[in-house]
Design a protein around this ligand. Structure first.
Ligand code: ADP
Ligand code: ZN
Length: 529
């Protein structure tokens, strides 16, 4: 019954956490995995970076036997196997880059049942030498599935046809009872049909995962001085129940308390409370005894409330992945719902401070990069949906008409000339500096660093005196958000020209930017990573 289902769902979640360290499945993943566990053939279409691999990796770990993964590129195999080994998962690959003795020892490990995932190139898999080994695997340890990655390579209609993929059909004939998965990012109907036919998939479960949630309205508001009052006003204009996420337990308690005093039925939820108190509050929220749950990120995992009408981030989310998951708890019934970030300068400082405390340089770097992605979302003037979906590799054409930027586009101005000055200064500084430095050169600052680098002699030195620092920053950030210049994301951010920057420099492209509104400027203009 339902109880069993819940148990099964939770155990999949437990396995996800245990093997991969993730808290939530992404769209499509859970259902795909459930079908894989039922030994169904599958066709999985998901944008690149969407998380296809997990769809065969987790079932491979949960089923007896070996899953054979067909992958076209040696470098891809290496990366995936390394990532699995890092997670302590038995995985290996066989390809032409390996010596004979290495191959023998890997084959031994497979036959000793020490490996759950084997990556192979298609031409090897179907070679005369390999098939007896495959038969032996089937007999000794069992083959749990064939996962065909980049399955569009089987189709002449795709963009990357590989004749050796056509041979994969033999797998179906030779091992008719082993389930087969085709995975690709190619979304055309023709290619999808071709994959099914060419691989001989039997009544496959077809999953076309999109990360788009059309019923969610996204917006970002600059936090005002009296931010609590602003939140209260916001909640009073919403219908139905909602979640307010805060960073700290103290804030959760305080805001829940103040909302109660102001007549909103709000409850707190955080890891500092007893299990009983938390469960009680959760139940009351789910049953609509309370309208608002004020919570830390401890709240939400696996909760089953479909009619959440709004999710507010009163503090900045940690990264876009968690923002997608947390905001995604709104509107699961498909009805309109709202996802709002209240963005404050102080919050950025707080998060920066937390990141600064990290002692592991690698962790610090990742956290900085993630913060930058969140800021790019929050500051962006582009369709919010486009930004979120881009993070998952999904292309979205914009103009969703369901986010603040699409509904209330900010006034734009033509800044092509300024952009040319800015970009040519980036070029003359040899693409080795960040935004503040470039702006200093443009505005003719007499800093010692500029002099030491000899940049006071550049033709672009001082040609931007007519604009303020804030105006240049607004331009610089717009160029980054619109993809008209790149900002490196490892180490200190450095500006690099891309092909679009060159089009601007060659006067083949014009630049429109939104003029920062005063209130937003005060909050955002100060932030300079
Ligand atoms: P694809 O094969 O679809 O291009 P990958 O399987 O390589 O994408 O996944 C892309 C990234 O997403 C990887 O870094 C992976 O670890 C991450 N990822 C996948 N599933 C999840 C999840 N449920 N939660 C968080 N990250 C995930
Ligand atoms: Zn939009």
């Amino acid at each position: 019954g339902t109880q069993d289902m819940m148990y099964q769902l939770n155990s999949l979640e437990t396995a996800l956490k245990q093997y991969f360290g993730y808290d939530n499945f992404r769209p499509g993943q859970r259902q795909i995995i459930e079908e894989a566990l039922q030994n169904r053939d599958l066709l999985v279409i998901m944008p690149t970076g969407g998380g296809k691999s997990l769809c065969f990796q987790l079932p491979a770990l949960l089923k007896p036997g070996l899953t054979v993964v067909v992958s076209p590129l040696i470098s891809l195999m290496q990366d995936q196997v390394d990532a699995l080994l890092d997670n302590g998962i038995g995985a290996t690959f066989l390809n032409s880059s390996l010596g004979l003795s290495e191959i023998r020892s890997r084959e031994m490990a497979i036959l000793k049942n020490k490996i759950k995932l084997l990556y192979v190139a298609p031409e090897r898999l179907l070679s005369e030498k390999f098939t007896p080994f495959l038969d032996k695997i089937a007999l000794d340890v069992g083959i749990s599935a064939f996962a065909i990655d980049e399955a569009h390579c089987v189709s002449e209609w795709g963009h990357d046809f590989r004749p050796e993929y056509r041979q994969l059909r033999q797998l179906r004939q030779r091992y008719p009872s082993v389930p087969m998965f085709g995975l690709t990012a190619t979304a055309t109907k023709r290619v999808q049909e071709d994959i099914i036919v060419q691989l001989g998939l039997k009544n496959p479960g077809v999953h076309i995962a999109s990360f788009n949630r059309p019923n969610l309205y996204y917006d970002v508001r600059p936090k005002q001085q009296r931010s609590y009052d602003q939140l209260l006003k916001y909640i009073r204009t919403q219908k139905g129940s909602g979640i307010v996420y805060c960073l700290s337990r103290r804030n959760v308690d305080e805001i829940a308390f103040r909302l109660q005093k102001d007549g909103i039925s709000a409850l707190p939820y955080h890891a500092g409370m007893t299990d009983e108190a938390r469960t009680l509050n959760q139940t009351r929220f789910i049953r609509d005894d309370a309208q608002v749950m004020v919570a830390t990120i401890a709240f939400g995992m696996g909760i089953n409330k479909l009619d959440v009408r709004f999710v507010v981030h009163f503090d900045l989310p940690r990264n876009l992945e968690s923002y997608y998951q947390e905001s995604g708890r709104a509107g699961r019934d498909g009805e309109p719902a709202k996802c709002t970030i209240f963005l404050g300068f102080g919050d950025l400082k707080k998060i920066e401070y937390i990141i600064e405390q990290k002692s592991n340089p690698q962790e610090k770097k990742i956290a900085q990069q993630q913060l930058r992605q969140v800021i790019n979302y929050a500051e962006g003037t582009e369709c919010r949906r486009t930004i979120v979906l881009r993070y998952f590799g999904e292309r979205f054409q914009g103009n969703c008409d369901n986010c603040d930027n699409c509904r209330h586009p900010q006034p734009v101005e033509d800044w092509t000339i300024e952009a040319q000055k800015f970009l040519s200064c980036v070029a003359r500084c040899r693409e080795r500096f960040g935004m503040s430095y470039i702006i200093d050169v443009l505005r003719g600052s007499n800093s010692r660093r500029i002099e030491q680098n000899g940049h006071h002699l550049l033709s672009t030195y001082g040609i931007g005196k007519d604009r303020t620092k804030e105006e240049w920053k607004n331009l610089g950030r717009s160029l980054i958000h619109q993809g008209l210049v790149d900002e490196t994301s490892d180490g200190l951010p450095v500006l690099k020209l891309n092909s679009r920057s060159w089009e601007i420099l060659r006067k083949q492209r014009s630049v429109q930017i939104a003029i920062a509104q005063k209130s937003a400027e005060n909050v955002l203009g100060k932030y300079n990573p």
